[in-house]
Design a protein around this ligand. Structure first.
Ligand SMILES: C[S@@+](CC[C@H](N)C(=O)[O-])C[C@H]1O[C@@H](n2cnc3c(N)ncnc32)[C@H](O)[C@@H]1O
Length: 386
């Protein structure tokens, strides 16, 4: 790029915004498919995200509807900067006032690779200066996040349109022992091929994330319906159009899930949390949540889908107990769910192997820093009853 080359985006004049849906690694293709279903053509996919071009209305839709993305950012500017002087001079050309509302504090998250400028705080301070500072941070002051990436002295400046990460749908205030991210629960469901027309069972439902995300999917409830987004504070935000769009989404919600969505857990506290979370999500009548151990699982008439996130141990001494639990789950499924599809998160082939159900790896991602595989397979019939 020539030294003076500068690409910047003005909301007033841009026909389309250069957007990037951030995802957990491995989940990019699912987010791309979600964009396509929204009528937005996905662009290049890289580890951790999908590019797409969008109008403001489409950007709002992406935030409202994407179930597997963790945030959506918009590229504001790309330019070369190998000195602070260059950084400041070019950053002053960004039309900050179009993006940063008065009374909002600007926060810069900086990463730098193989660049002369690498001191993250100093870079953030210079950019804050160029942006006019924004409001001083403080209690109750809204914060607008900007993401800054330097690679080989090329700066990419993006603005976060989401605010709180998108897995924060607003319903899960009560967690179980190891709650699954809502975005990963949605990824499991979408990867499983479940389409809301066959029964769904999670025998290890914990705080209910998988059944609740399933009910949201089945009823076409946008995951972001009950939360706010950063773009709502952008100057010139079209609040009237946004309300019309949300109202259209509300009006298209199905009255109820047409199939049983079942969550079981042996822990009474987890089931109570799952029920409270389901109520907050507005799907308490769509999910059947009860306390039961896996041995007592009584699935509805199928075939359907078992989608689950079974316990996986990290403590010494867990291994044998967990292998028994997985073996038991395999027996129960073969005896009572023959012909169903099983989709689960697995960390350890020795555990998933104990199921005795042939599984194919669909994708590799991470859950709370642990590498996990999303596996699925068809449950065969039992040779003897369980
Ligand atoms: C990894 S957590 C599931 C977390 C859940 N997906 C969520 O989002 O909260 C595993 C769950 O399996 C439950 N569990 C362990 N052994 C069980 C058994 N034998 N039968 C039923 N549930 C069991 C635990 O109580 C725990 O809630």
């Amino acid at each position: 790029m020539p030294v003076d080359a500068f690409v910047t985006l003005s909301r007033a004049t841009a026909a389309s915004l250069e957007c990037w849906a951030v995802t957990a690694p491995g989940v990019e293709r699912l987010a791309a498919a979600e964009l396509e279903r929204l009528g937005i053509a996905p662009g290049a996919t890289e580890v951790g995200g999908v590019a797409f071009a969008a109008s403001m209305a489409q950007l709002r839709q992406a935030n409202l509807w994407l179930r597997t993305a963790s945030r959506v950012v918009v590229r504001l500017a790309s330019f070369h900067a190998s000195t602070f002087h260059e950084l400041e001079r070019r950053a002053r050309r960004v039309p900050w006032a179009e993006w940063l509302a008065p009374g909002t504090a600007a926060e810069f998250s900086v990463t730098s690779h193989k660049s002369k400028l690498y001191h993250q705080r100093a870079i953030a301070e210079r950019l804050a200066g160029a942006a006019g500072g924004g409001a001083p941070p403080g209690d109750g002051v809204p914060v607008q996040l900007f993401l800054v990436r330097l690679v080989h002295d090329e700066v990419t400046l993006s603005i976060d349109s989401s605010g709180a990460l998108l897995h924060q749908r607003g319903y899960r205030l009560e967690g179980g022992k190891a709650p699954l991210r809502e975005t990963l629960a949605a990824a499991l469901l979408l990867a499983s091929g479940w389409d809301g027309t066959t029964p769904l069972v999670d025998p290890f439902c914990g705080s209910g994330t998988i059944p609740i995300e399933a009910a949201l999917l089945a009823r076409r409830i946008p995951p972001g319906l009950h939360r706010a987004f950063a773009f709502e504070r952008w100057p010139g935000h079209d609040a009237a159009a946004w309300e019309v769009e949300r109202e259209a989404a509300r009006a298209a919600i199905r009255a109820c899930a047409e199939v049983p969505i079942v969550g079981r857990d042996r822990d009474a506290g987890a089931v109570a949390a799952a029920r409270a979370n389901a109520a907050r999500a507005g799907v308490e009548d769509d999910v059947d949540l009860a306390q039961a151990s896996v041995s007592a699982l009584a699935p509805p008439a199928g075939p359907g889908h078992v989608v689950t996130n079974p316990p996986y141990g990290v403590r010494i001494g867990d291994a044998a107990r967990l292998r028994d639990l997985y073996a038991r789950l395999g027996q129960v499924l073969r005896a009572r769910c023959a012909g169903w599809t099983l989709t689960l998160l697995g960390t350890d082939r020795r555990l998933t192997g104990a199921l005795g159900i042939p599984l194919t790896s669909r994708l590799l991602t991470s859950n709370g820093g642990v590498r996990v595989q999303l596996l699925s397979g068809r449950v065969g019939a039992a040779k003897a009853s369980a």
